[in-house]
Design a protein around this ligand. Structure first.
Ligand code: DOR
Ligand code: ZN
Length: 325
């Protein structure tokens, strides 16, 4: 049995820089036709110039054509005049996740910027969490999404890596709200992370939640809800950074994404929705047009390596029922 996917697109990807970039770039470029690269480097990718230089560094390691959009980090210095040529601006509330140290404190300060983005058709991508109690952070951000959606009705707002029912419920309430969903939030709950022995390789922001939350995300993905794109949030950290006394948030899922999605969608009789979920929706929502790339998946087991370039991938050591041809 075989599945042919046309131009899979990863709408939320961390490719890092330096040695990690060398590891990560070819892995995504092999399986995907393109991606949106996240800007939370140190220092952040905070201007079009920095984004173009970063894109060139990424492409140098891809080894094949890869349609890249590099998102620009919303630092307090970003102004409406900096938007020329910018497609996506990423908003991190300060301190909420890896690399969010340069993020924003007072969202109301960016009124002119959001107005200008809306005029220009730029997309606002948001890490929607507060600094509140860890399981409530996303739900606490829901009123902020609502305010933004109402105030800028022509601004496309992407609620990144949604993980809770609270945000699933917002999606259809505002025409201009969209979302991405990761593989790990479709697969796991808190029990997998810390119900038995602690699995630091499932630790990410936002944290995986309850079975009911996961069920609501699955319903969107398995129906390929037209306002939802697949965005892996694959975020490599070296093994020592994940397994040390202070474990970094981030799941390196890039090496397993399409085979693991095929396995999950097949188990839920949803293979018919996979093409729209991993490509068509993103192409429409972001207006991207990657060169056609046919990616074939075969029903043949893959054994996931224990480590790739010093990073432990998602599902390390496990067998997935599907492989990339
Ligand atoms: O778990 C996460 N890791 N969530 C994010 O938002 C950022 C990412 C990273 O860059 O490591
Ligand atoms: Zn991310």
């Amino acid at each position: 049995m075989e599945i042919k996917l046309v131009s899979p697109f990863d709408a939320h990807l961390h490719l890092r820089d330096g040695d990690l970039l060398k590891t990560a770039a070819p892995i995504s470029a092999r399986a995907f036709a393109g991606a949106i690269a996240m800007p939370n480097l140190t220092p952040p990718i905070a201007s079009l110039e920095a984004a173009n230089a970063y894109k060139a560094r990424i492409l140098a390691h891809c080894g094949e054509p890869f349609e890249l959009v590099a998102a620009i980090y919303l630092t307090p210095a970003l102004a409406a005049r900096d938007l020329e040529g910018v497609k996506i601006v990423k908003l991190y509330p300060i301190g909420v996740t890896t690399g969010a140290e340069s993020g924003v404190t007072d969202i109301d300060r960016y009124d002119r910027l959001f107005g200008a983005m809306s005029d220009r058709g730029a997309i606002l991508s948001v890490h929607g969490e507060t600094n509140g109690e860890v399981l409530a952070r996303e739900a606490q951000f829901a009123p902020i999404y609502e305010n933004l959606a109402k105030r800028y009705p022509r601004l496309k707002i992407v609620m990144e890596h949604i993980s809770s029912i609270a945000l699933v419920n917002l999606l259809d309430r505002y025409e201009n709200l969209f979302a991405t969903i990761t593989l790990h939030h479709l697969l796991y709950t808190l029990d997998d992370l810390l119900g038995g022995r602690l699995n630091p390789h499932l630790f990410c922001k936002p944290i995986v939640k309850t079975a009911a939350d996961r069920g609501a995300l699955r319903k969107l993905a398995f129906a390929a809800h037209p306002k939802v794109s697949f965005g892996s949030d694959s975020a490599p950290h070296l093994r020592a950074a994940k397994e040390g006394a202070s474990g970094a948030a981030g799941v390196f899922s890039a090496p397993v994404l399409l085979p693991a999605l095929a396995e999950l969608f097949e188990a839920h009789s949803a293979l018919g929705a996979l093409q729209a979920f991993v490509s068509d929706n993103a192409r429409r929502i972001y207006g991207v047009a990657p060169a056609e790339k046919i990616v074939t998946l075969i029903k043949r087991p893959t054994i996931v390596p224990d480590e790739i370039g010093g990073v432990v991938p998602l599902l390390a050591g496990e067998t997935i029922a599907w492989s990339l041809a």
